[in-house]
Every structure is written in C-alpha cells, then in structure tokens.
Design a protein around this ligand. Structure first.
Ligand code: GSH
Length: 320
C-alpha cells in the first residue's frame, strides 16, 4: 500500500481520520469521453486497467459487457495482491494479464505516464486513452456513465441504465448505498476504533434492511427495470459473504439471510455476460492478503460455498 508523491512512489500506510475512521478521498482524474471533446468515442482507442478484486473496477467491467463494448474497449487485470509496490501488472496469478498496452510493471507507471509529477493514490479502475497517452478518468461512477451513453452510436446498443424518468430514484438509492454499503464495508473493515467500526457497521445493516424491504415489493432497486443502482450494489453483494463478512467484520448477518437481496444478487449474477466478470480467487486473495494491519497472518479464508447460479425466484415480481 502506498501512493505517489510528486511522481515518486512511496510505500506508506493510509492515514485514518481523527476518530479512527476510514477516510476515502475523491478521485482526481475526471475527464469525459464525448463527441467533439478531447476524448471522442472511438473503437479500439480506450483501455481499462482493472482489478477483479476491486468492487469499483468491477462496475466498469460489467458496463463494458452490458453495453456491448467488448470489441471496442480492451482491459488489463492487475495481480490480486496489492503490496509494497501497490497494484502490479505481473502475471504470476491466473487471470492477471500484465500490460500489453504500455508494457508497465506497476500501475503507478500508468499514473506517471499521464502526469510525471502526480501526487495521490494509485487506484483502479483507470480509463486509459491510447491515442493521447493520457488517463481519461479514475472515477468508476463516471466511467460507467460514459460507457452507458457515449459509445451508443458505435455499438448500436441504446440500453439505458440511467434513464431520465428514474434518475431521482436512482440518485436517491445510489447516495445511501455508496456511503453506507459500497464504502460502508470499507468503513467497517478499516475502522481503527470500536466507535468508528460500530457506527459504520450499524449503518451498513440498516441500509441492507431498507434494501431488503424495498426488494420484497419491487423487482429492482429503482422500480421494475434494472438500472445503474442495481449494478452499483451488485459488486458489494457478490463479495459480501466471502470477504466482507469475515475479513471486514460485517457480520451481523450474511447476505444469504436476506432472501430478496440474495435473490437480486443471483439474478444479476445470471445476467448475460456478468458471471465472467466475477473472479472469487482474486477477491479472496486480494482482501485477506493485502491488508496485514487487518489480517497479519495473511492466511486466506476458504470462503463459504454459495451457488449464485441457483434459481433466483425474482420472476414473482413484475419486470417492465
Ligand atoms: N473512487 C474510486 C475508488 C477506487 C478505489 O478505491 N480502488 C481501490 C481498489 S478497490 C484501489 O485501487 N485502492 C488503491 C489505493 O487507494 O491505494 C472509484 O470508484 O473509482
């Protein structure tokens, strides 16, 4: 774990907040792909750097599939262990691809290729532009919005996961899910004090109760259509019982004890193209091995056996 300071990699622990809470800083590289702009939509031009372990990167892999972008946007998968050099583009783990685009060994080299004096965290996902040799964005929430709409003319795929008429509802769900679930599991697992942990883990399960109730009455989080809100929740749910329940102490309940949330997770897992974006080996090894201040023995849990391919039963609720 570390960061870049004026373009130099420093192996340093993350600083907690004053109350021992986990503090997540905003992503810094926030350009957009768009027609007529600096980064126009073009086939074969953009490349994603992702980790199969990372829930934020996972969203981008899902949108690449949903939007028929597999032939237009390539991707590299980092090694699951994030150690003193940060994310590495080495290949000695099944599924890690290395870096066929730039030939770099470390992800921090992608950041310094974009800006030799960069200061900040070196995170996945990264949307890279081959043509200018620059990073378009390192913010997953914005990358999935670009994939949702900016390449439609290229692919002919006009499926919309952020439709006008549901935006208020999607925004409302996203805001609570981001803070208390997507980031809530990190706030629980990386808390350095009892109070910070209890606050985060209580909010997390309050929201899971709220989502469970919602999903007992409607098929998806924003109504009768699958939207961005569902896809933003999914990467956290699929990891829940394998790593967040044990390693991050999110253990009031397991996901499988919430019939509707677990049902939605299975339905989304079974969506065409989605199962192949889930790599539980990268997930388990990354979390248990890469945070020695949480798990100093680095022993990786065997994980529960859960059949996400089992019938989901969500047909009982109406879909559009
Ligand atoms: N806001 C970013 C967060 C991405 C993020 O935190 N990624 C983690 C992996 S799950 C990472 O690369 N962390 C490395 C670090 O912060 O040093 C996004 O959603 O894209």
């Amino acid at each position: 774990m570390g960061l870049l300071e004026n373009g130099v990699w420093r192996d340093k622990p993350r600083e907690p907040g004053k109350k021992g809470e986990f503090v997540r800083k905003d992503a810094q590289l926030r350009n957009w792909v768009g027609k007529g702009g600096e980064f126009p939509p073009e086939s074969g031009r953009y490349h994603l750097y992702v980790s199969y372990a990372c829930p934020w990167a996972h969203r981008t892999l899902i949108f690449r599939k949903l939007k028929g972008l597999a032939d237009h946007i390539s991707f590299s998968v980092v090694h699951p262990l994030m150690l003193e050099n940060g994310w590495e583009l080495t290949t000695d783990f099944e599924g890690a691809t290395g870096d066929p685009v730039n030939g770099f060994t470390y992800l921090h080299q992608v950041y310094t290729a974009n800006d030799p004096a960069y200061t900040g965290r070196v995170s996945v996902p990264v949307l890279w532009d081959r043509k200018t040799g620059r990073i378009v964005s390192n913010e997953s929430a914005e990358i999935i919005r670009m994939l949702n709409s900016e390449f439609d003319d290229l692919t002919g795929n006009t499926d919309d996961y952020y439709p006008e008429d549901l935006r208020n509802e999607i925004d409302l769900v996203n805001e609570r899910v981001y803070e208390t679930v997507n980031n809530g599991v990190y706030r629980s697992g990386f808390a350095r004090t009892q109070d910070a942990y209890e606050e985060a883990v209580t909010e997390l399960f309050d929201t899971m109760d709220w989502l469970e109730d919602r999903l007992s009455k409607q098929r998806y989080l924003a109504g009768d259509r699958v939207t961005e809100a569902d896809w933003r929740l999914f990467p956290t749910m699929i990891r829940f019982d394998h790593v967040y329940h044990g390693h991050f102490k999110c253990n009031r309940n397991r996901l499988i004890e919430f019939p509707n949330l677990f049902g939605l997770t299975r339905e989304l897992y079974q969506w065409p193209g989605v199962a192949e974006t889930v790599n539980m080996e990268h997930i388990r090894w990354h979390y248990y091995y890469s945070h020695p201040w949480v798990n100093p023995t680095r022993v990786v849990s065997i994980g529960p056996e859960i059949d996400f391919g089992a019938p989901h039963g969500r047909e009982r609720l109406k879909a559009a």
